[in-house]
Design a protein around this ligand. Structure first.
Ligand code: KIV
Ligand code: ZN
Length: 397
């Protein structure tokens, strides 16, 4: 048996666009889609064609031009949505319908006003209707994590019989705990009788900050597709962040033993592009792609990293395509990091000059919160100048 592969389904352009304040135009979507293809995702969920003419055009554009990757379009379990998705995806190299209906009692009672039997019938009917119009059909049971497990098993089993190739288990409101969500995935795997050959997909929201943990737990328990967004954008607190899921799988390959098709060296570029086009800046301590993700501030840490990066780094910035600016210099920094930075800036100081420049740097760092490259240059230049004047003075004496 070969190494198992995780399918990466990117929904930055659909669930990601549901981020409050985000509204991609067709050109933005196309640019992001090209970058996602370069990044190596398996599926790009390009949008919701029935939602607006603009989104129809955006999905169609992506299906027409972006090749080498499956293009998915979302639709409710109604014929009009399925027809819109089908015509938007007409020219896709490989097309996927992502059709959904809610299955939890809360959604049935207050949103759909339907019984369980009616929902089941609708789901089966619409999957049958979609059959033959797309290369693949993904069925999502919205609010799956708050759905009665046996009803969920029944729905999945019948939509698979009707023609679904992928079943998605959304934790729509980010309610599940990692062990619980993993157990649900395992329950589905063990109890849906016709599950063989069907892809089980995890789709996790981040309301309790657990979207990545839940996605990884799903993978451990048999999910073979993970739905993610770049920078974790999405409805409310967002979705599982692509870069975090992928780097967890990579960094702990020993633990997961899985492969995927992502070229991690494109992670940083993709993150930057999405941040620019959404206008959403990343918090500095954001895992993997935040400005501080690979920076070491304290002298003890800096000293360790200079001797061997493994002391305080579990990933290399180069792996995600970042040119490292490893040391954040400040009042806690040690002489080793300071000396390294001075050398990197092209100066070759004598031991005496280094000691004096370091003393000046510490004085400055006590007064100034953020030390930038210009500050280092300033103290170094000042020290060189003082030493030169002193030597000239001595020569005259
Ligand atoms: O969170 C969700 O349930 C979704 C769809 C898969 C319906 O985004
Ligand atoms: Zn979602």
């Amino acid at each position: 048996m070969g190494v198992k592969r995780v399918i990466v389904f990117d929904t930055t352009l659909r669930d990601g666009e549901q981020t409050p304040g985000v509204n991609f135009n067709s050109r933005d979507k196309l640019e992001i889609a090209y970058q996602l293809a370069k990044l190596g995702v398996d599926v790009i969920e390009a949008g919701f064609p029935a939602a607006s003419n603009g989104d129809f055009e955006a999905v169609k554009n992506i299906a027409d031009y972006v090749k080498g990757v499956t293009i998915a379009a979302m639709g409710r379990a109604v014929k009009e949505d399925i027809d819109r998705a089908s015509s938007a995806l007409k020219n896709a190299e490989k097309s996927r319908l992502h059709v959904f209906i809610a299955t939890s009692d809360i959604h049935l009672q207050y949103k759909l006003k339907m019984t369980r039997d009616e929902v089941l019938k609708k789901a089966v009917e619409m999957v049958k209707y979609a059959r033959g119009k797309f290369d693949e059909i993904e069925f999502s049971a919205e609010d799956a994590s708050r759905t009665d497990w046996d009803f969920l098993v029944k729905v999945f089993s019948e939509v698979i019989d009707a023609g679904a190739h992928i079943i998605n288990v959304p934790d729509t409101v980010g309610y599940a705990m990692p062990r619980e969500y993993g157990e649900l995935i395992r329950y589905i795997r063990n109890n849906v009788p016709n599950i063989d050959g069907v892809i089980i997909s995890a789709h996790c929201h981040n309301d309790l900050g657990l979207a990545v943990a839940n996605s990884l737990s799903a993978i451990e328990n048999g999910a073979t597709q993970v739905e993610v967004t770049v920078n974790g954008i999405g409805e409310r607190a967002g979705n599982a962040a692509m870069e975090e899921v992928i780097m967890a799988l990579n960094t702990r390959k020993d633990y997961f033993g899985l492969v995927h098709g992502i070229n991690t060296k494109e992670i940083y570029n993709t993150s930057k592009l999405v941040s620019e086009l959404t206008g959403i800046k990343l918090q500095p301590n954001k895992a993997i792609v935040g400005a501080n993700a690979f920076r070491h501030q304290s002298g003890i840490h800096q000293h360790g990293v200079i001797n061997n990066r493994l002391t305080y780094e579990i990933m290399r910035p180069e792996d995600i395509g970042v040119v490292p600016d490893t040391f954040a210099l400040g009042k806690l920094s040690g002489r080793n990091a300071f000396e390294l930075k001075v050398r990197q800036l092209g100066y070759n100081l004598s031991p005496g000059e280094i000691s004096e420049a370091f003393r000046k740097f510490k004085d400055l760092a006590d007064r100034k919160k953020t030390i930038v490259e210009e500050d280092i240059r300033f103290v170094v230049e000042e020290t060189i100048e003082e030493f030169r004047s002193f030597r000239e003075g001595e020569a005259w004496a």
